[in-house]
Design a protein around this ligand. Sequence first.
Ligand SMILES: O=C(O)CCC(=O)C(=O)O
Length: 299
Amino acid sequence: MSTNKLTENQVNRYKEDGFIIMPSVLNAAEVADLRRITDDICAGAKGMTQGDDVYDLEDTHTPENPRVRRIKKPYLVHEAFAKLIRDERILEPLRQLLGPSVRLNNNKLNLKAKGYGAPVEWHQDWAFYPHTNDDVIAVGVLLNDVTADNGPLNFLPGSHKGPTYNHHDDGYFCGVVDIEKEGIDLSSAVPCIAPAGSISFHHARTLHGSDANRSDQDRALLFYELSAGDAFPLAGTGVIPMIQNFEGYNDQLLCGEQTTVPRMVSAPIRIPLPGHPGTSSIYQSQGKSDRGVYEAVKK
Ligand SMILES: O=C(O)CCC(=O)C(=O)O
């Protein structure tokens, strides 16, 4: 299997900017295969009246005209997604950025379909799942060519070194930063524009967001959320219950040694509680606040 070592310059860029993009890591056949599997899974949403453990549905979804905005935990749905994150082309750079032990915490596939795919408002993943140390990262695998028009993910360089912003509105965790109120200047934000098969790595504290997809090109982005093996979750849906089954939790270690000794660092933390009752995804919780900067496609 080929490897994919980051250059010293790329590692330094990640440390400086809080993200990096590695172009064309997967080849066209691999990407086509993942897209075919994705389409097959999405076909299962036909006839559904509401989302479930696998599907997060667009607000404009109907049983006759299925619209999936996210496949939740695709690594549990199809082995291709479980296999991909164990591929040395991804694991090797992860070890360079996180250290010798790397744990998989979650996986999701955001579809952002052409014409209507939902925006994701500006946020820091860290606000959703703070850990004992901030060697916490998201890997994004581009399953389509991403252009300026089909809802690229935008990163604000250097924001991972700044505060953890308030993601609460009206007493509830909504998962959106109030860009205006916080006085955040987004003019230096960098869109992740790259060909299908490229991979992004962004630090959990990096501020990021993406607009709706009004173009005629799909934009599917497969995310893996990972941490150093000695970064233990402090809060966050899904992660804490996982730890109760310690054997299962350690099965999520992709490489390196398991430990019960968390490494602690001083990093600004907020706890993502209380959640809005009845919300189970970022789209739903962000929908509870009107402080976002993007507009959804309503038809
Ligand atoms: O799909 C996107 O563009 C953004 C996704 C994201 O930031 C998230 O799901 O937390």
